[in-house]
Structure formats: structure tokens, C-alpha cells
Design a protein around this ligand. Structure first.
Ligand code: AMP
Length: 417
């Protein structure tokens, strides 16, 4: 093995892996396309400022995980760590607010985060994502959630579970944070010292504590979802109603958080127990403030991103059987004109729409036939001279002698495509 290896946290996609990835892409294109989502591709790198402003200066992604570099001209660029901010940048840059709203977009691209690699967590990974920009109704949120559910179902993802919550607005969250911190200070006796130490830093962490005494105290703590403003509570109730109508089951998880700053109102995540520690398949939510944060007019929007590697890992669908081939063109030893005639037959076959391979490794005739078998070839043409070939139907065993020029027509006649 060479001492050169792919960088830590990256992987090669080998031909054997490609079929399932192509199938995933085809399912995403079909499911999202049918709901009016158009595909978008944005650059692999963007101005660093897009992510520091769009994802949030204080988030783990921006603080610790970005691949940022100077482009040599004094500009700071960053390999994209997520897709929503670039899509919103493109929406603004191309004046998409002038199009009929919402503008529905989807993507399938690579993303880059300098995270500690482990199973299901890479430094370069792929996500499928969908965004609907310019609509605030609960139908948009529910439509997006159902589309991701459909994609997971089409991929045969095992044990998908949906958690949903609502984040309300930033103002409601700030008020709740204060209320919760006040509750915690008033109940310090019933909390572990670690939780007490973090009250003012991050009071929400108290809900994650595992010790009995803290848990008992937290059972009496105010719940964020009870504090939603009436219009946010109504929006959340209608999203749930639409999911109920569609028979999609979910649990409401008021402790749901996501590592990006821009979410408001609906928040959701699909997980699968089939995945192990990194159980998140994908998720998203509403981000009504992001477009304005990037310099546009206030524009409501909602979207999700799902990890390709995770979805494939959790998918129960077996890899497709090795594709078989229509024709293998072998060369019998003897006539120096045979290789050129064989090359022409393989070429003609492909132009006629058949899959065809030619002997390229100098094998003996026996070795060539063995190789044709390995490839699952339905026909083998053995070329022995410039004009002379024999064509063998590998299924029936039938063999005919014919002119090289007649090989393709003969296959097409007998071939049920
Ligand atoms: P996020 O953009 O963080 O909301 O991530 C959305 C989904 O992308 C997650 O649920 C994962 O399935 C996937 N994902 C996020 N980070 C990684 C990573 N480092 N490696 C592989 N998949 C990831």
C-alpha cells in the first residue's frame, strides 16, 4: 500500500458504492421534483462572512469546524459547512424574491466540517437538502417534513423516528431563558453542583442532567413550549395537524436543539436507532430571520438537510446485483488483424446502445472466456480474423460462425432489450 492516504475523515467512493448513491440521487430528484423543487448547485467555497453571519458566530460550526483559507488576494474563503446560507445567498444574488413565492430549491452536494471523525461522521460528507423560501404557512413546514419522510421511506431507511418542536421567536426564547434561570436559582438546593455552575451560561443544559435529584427538580421546571406566543403556538399546532392528517407519527421533543443559530418556530429531526451513536439522519426547520440577516427583506423560509452517508448506512436495501453486460469481445490468437476488428465490434456495439467490453489485458482465450463469465456477459464474440467471428449466446449455449460486420445485427435480432 502506498504511504499516501485520503485525508482523515474523508473517503473514496468506489465503483461498487456508486449504484446506491445514484439510486439515492434519483429518488431525491423524483420526490422533490414532483413537489416543485428545482435543483441548485452553489460553489464549494464561499466568503467566510456568509457563514459567520448566516450560521452564527457563536456556533460550534463557525467557532471550531470551518475550513477557512486566504485566497492569496486577502479574501477569506471557507469550504461550505452547510447549504442553507449559500442557497439564501443565491436567492438574494439572483433576485429570486421577484419570482412567484415560495421559491423551492433542492441540492445534493459535499460539505466540509473539521469534526472528530467517527463512524457516520466525516470531514467531507454529502447532504441532500431542500429549502422553500418566501412562504410562512404551516403547510410549507409540513410539506418539507413529509418529503424527507418520503425520501427515507423510498430508501428503505430502517426505524426512522421523527422528533419535532417549536423554537418560537428569539424574543420568546430570551424571556424563557430568564424565567428558567430564575427557576434554577430558586431551586439550587435541588440541583447538582455542575448544573448550578452553568445556570447563567446555559440553563437549558439542566434538562440533560442524569442525576436523580436534578431530574426530580426539573420535573417542576417551566416548559418552553408552554411559553410560545399565541401565533407561534397556533402555527406549531397546525403543522402537527397536517402531519397527523398524513399519518406521519412523531414525538414532540421540547429539548430538541440544532447546532445552527438561524432557526425560528418549527424544528425537526429524523433519527434512526439502526445508526448507533451518530443517530441523526437529517433535520431542519423554519428560519424566518436568515434572509434579512444576509441583507435581504424579511422573508420567511423553511428547509432541511439530510446526511447521505447516514441514510445509506441506515438503508435496508441491499446493494444492486452487479450489472451484467450485453457483449464481451474476445480475440482468438493467430491473426494479427483480429484485435483491430474486435475493437471495431465493441465500439459499434456501444454506439448501438449495447453494453460491451473488449479484452484489454492480453489474456489467453480461456482466460478471456472466464473473464466474460465474471462480467455476466450475455454474448461473447470471438474474433479470429479480420472478417471472421463466432458469436456465442451464453444463456442458450448456441454458437454461430459469422462475419464480423454481422455480429451486432445478429445480437440485436436475438436480444430482448
Ligand atoms: P446539520 O447540517 O448539522 O443539521 O446536519 C444534517 C445532517 O447531515 C445530519 O443529520 C447528518 O445526517 C448529516 N451530517 C452532519 N454532519 C455530518 C458529518 N460531519 N459527517 C456525516 N454526516 C453529517
Amino acid at each position: 500500500m502506498s504511504s499516501l492516504q485520503a485525508p482523515r475523515g474523508t473517503y473514496d467512493v468506489l465503483p461498487a458504492d456508486v449504484e446506491r448513491r445514484l439510486a439515492l440521487e434519483a429518488h431525491a430528484a423524483r420526490i422533490l421534483g414532483a413537489a416543485g423543487y428545482g435543483r441548485i448547485e452553489t460553489p464549494t467555497f464561499e466568503a467566510t462572512e456568509l457563514f459567520s453571519r448566516g450560521v452564527g458566530e457563536a456556533t460550534d460550526i463557525v467557532q471550531k469546524e470551518m475550513y477557512t483559507f486566504d485566497d492569496g488576494g486577502g479574501r477569506s474563503l471557507t469550504l461550505r459547512p452547510e447549504g442553507t446560507a449559500p442557497v439564501c445567498r443565491a436567492y438574494l444574488e439572483h433576485g429570486m424574491h421577484k419570482l412567484p413565492q415560495p421559491v423551492k430549491l433542492w441540492y445534493l452536494e459535499t460539505f466540509f466540517r473539521a469534526e472528530a471523525p467517527q463512524r457516520g461522521r466525516y470531514r467531507q460528507f454529502w447532504q441532500v437538502g431542500a429549502e422553500a423560501i418566501g412562504a410562512d404557512g404551516p403547510e410549507t413546514d409540513a410539506e418539507l417534513i413529509l418529503l424527507l419522510a418520503d425520501l427515507l421511506a423510498a430508501l428503505g431507511v430502517r426505524e426512522p423516528r421523527l422528533k419535532i418542536s417549536s423554537l418560537g421567536t428569539a424574543a420568546t426564547r430570551a424571556e424563557y431563558r430568564e424565567e428558567l434561570a430564575a427557576f434554577l436559582h430558586a431551586h439550587e438546593d435541588g440541583l447538582s453542583p455542575e448544573v448550578v455552575a452553568r445556570i447563567d451560561l446555559n440553563p437549558m443544559r439542566a434538562f440533560d442532567a442524569s442525576d436523580e435529584r436534578t431530574r426530580a427538580t426539573m420535573a417542576g421546571a417551566p416548559i418552553f413550549l408552554d411559553r410560545l406566543a399565541p401565533e407561534d403556538a397556533e402555527h406549531f399546532a397546525r403543522v402537527r395537524e397536517l402531519l397527523d392528517d398524513a399519518d406521519l407519527s412523531y414525538v414532540i421533543d421540547p429539548t430538541l436543539v440544532r447546532g445552527l443559530d438561524y432557526y425560528t418556530r418549527t424544528l425537526f429531526e429524523f433519527t434512526s436507532d439502526a445508526l448507533g451513536a451518530q443517530s441523526a439522519l437529517g433535520g431542519g426547520g423554519r428560519y424566518d430571520g436568515l434572509i434579512e440577516m444576509l441583507g435581504g427583506n424579511p422573508t420567511p423560509a423553511c428547509g432541511w438537510a439530510a446526511g447521505v452517508e447516514r441514510m445509506l448506512m441506515a438503508s435496508a436495501q441491499p446493494p444492486d446485483a452487479a450489472p451484467s453486460s450485453d457483449l464481451f469481445v474476445a480475440v482468438a490468437p493467430g491473426d494479427p488483424a483480429a484485435p483491430r476488428a474486435a475493437f471495431a465490434i465493441a465500439n459499434e456495439a456501444r454506439r448501438a446502445g449495447l453494453s460491451a467490453q473488449l479484452e484489454l489485458a492480453g489474456r489467453s482465450l480461456k482466460g478471456q472466456l472466464k473473464h466474460a463469465d465474471r462480467l455476466g456477459a450475455r454474448y461473447v464474440a470471438i474474433v479470429s480474423a479480420e472478417q471472421q467471428a463466432s458469436l456465442k449466446n451464453m444463456e442458450s449455449g448456441e454458437q454461430t460462425e459469422l462475419e464480423c460486420a454481422a455480429v451486432i445485427a445478429s445480437i440485436l435480432r436475438g436480444h430482448r432489450l
